[in-house]
Design a protein around this ligand. Structure first.
Ligand code: PBG
Length: 345
């Protein structure tokens, strides 16, 4: 009855219940919270993806990604310098080439002096101390927006793998430090490794987009590189099904066997379970790509006044660290670096 319940509530001896284990002891003071902190976000964890366009002195906003601009190579060099000054270890570059230069097989990907390779050369020459990670996939160069060669309604695997390996050699020749294949074809990691080694690029690393899911979070990116209007169908015949964690681990295991130096999970926040699984299973340097849709959701909600964008940003980045990631590809990188420098990380 109520009376007995209220009497018991008044007489509760919490010490007995907690058996002298009170979790709040270490949370009481700032010094103590700092002392017991398990994970930290530092500027060393950040990789900054940037978009490159042809031309000079161009910095054009991307409407679906507030605060992110497409940069011509000269402006990308300036961005690289700024990133290096902030202490950001590496950039990841993505090209937005003219629509009329895109074709069925993405042949521009195999041109030694294409936009992405021009950007790498310019950045490595001007800012040699920043790492350059180049995405290798055909989608910025195909007229159908797919990551591979499209034939009779099918994305053909093996021919795409050969094209991607060739594109990777050109990227390494241009000075790319890390090749990051984002196409999800079978066998691409082994093929790229063989081709790089044969070209004398033994020291160029491979960061595999090992587990890339067929996600709805890539929308703003497709606007950024102008593939949204082109894409015929979807990418479910080669990207992973968001339902499948075991399959993701098996896929990553093949990449490890084939010689991947680093693994990446993409998208990021909805896939923290995969980050943890890859880190625990393989122990390789593991990265999350906090993709365009994740970025834009935070920006939009912040602009609407629904959330504190800065705090959410730092919390999401920290969550990747807690989930076992060694670093994060994030459009927030410069913003986050500035906040971390102010001691807010
Ligand atoms: C495709 C590729 C994608 C992204 C980078 N490379 C996905 C896609 O368009 O299907 C997405 C990055 C982002 O959303 O930030 N090779």
């Amino acid at each position: 009855n109520t009376e007995a319940g209220l009497a018991a509530a008044a007489a509760v001896n919490v010490d007995e219940i907690t058996a002298r284990r009170r979790m709040r002891r270490s949370r009481g003071a700032d010094w103590s919270r700092r002392l017991v902190r398990e994970t930290r976000l530092t500027v060393d964890d950040l990789i900054w993806p940037i978009f490159i366009v042809p031309g000079t002195n161009i910095s054009e906003p991307i409407s679906a990604m507030p605060g992110v601009n497409r940069l011509s190579v000269d402006r990308a060099v300036e961005a690289a310098r700024m990133a290096a000054d902030l202490g950001i270890p590496a950039l990841a570059t993505f090209p937005n080439v003219e629509l009329e230069r895109r074709d069925q097989t993405g042949s521009l990907a195999l041109e030694a002096d294409n936009l992405i390779n021009q950007a790498t050369r310019a950045i490595k020459q001007a800012v040699p101390d920043i790492g350059v990670i180049t995405d290798v996939a055909l989608d910025p160069f195909t007229d159908h927006g797919h990551d591979g060669i499209l034939r009779d309604g099918e994305i053909v695997n093996d021919e795409t793998v050969r094209a991607i390996a060739a594109a990777a050699v050109h990227q390494a020749d241009a000075g790319s430090d890390i090749i990051a294949p984002s196409d999800m074809m079978d066998g691409r990691i082994g093929a790229i490794r063989q081709a790089l080694d044969a070209a004398g690029h033994q020291n160029v690393a491979i960061m595999s987009y090992a587990t890339k899911f067929a996600s709805a979070c890539y929308g703003p990116y497709r606007e950024a590189i102008n593939t949204s209007g082109l894409l015929k169908g979807d990418k479910r015949s080669y990207y992973l099904d968001p339902s499948n964690a075991m399959e993701a681990v098996r896929d990553a295991a093949l990449d490890v066997e084939e010689g991947a130096d680093m693994l990446m999970v993409k998208p990021g926040l909805p896939y923290l379970d995969i980050c943890r699984a890859l880190k625990d299973n393989f122990g390789l340097p593991t990265f999350a790509y906090q993709v365009s849709g994740e970025y834009s959701m935070v920006k939009a909600a912040d602009a609407a006044g629904y959330i504190d964008g800065e705090r959410i940003m730092l919390e999401t980045l920290l969550a990747f660290k807690r989930a076992g990631c060694d670093g994060i590809l994030t459009y927030f990188a410069p913003e986050a670096a500035r906040l971390i420098a102010k001691g807010l990380g």
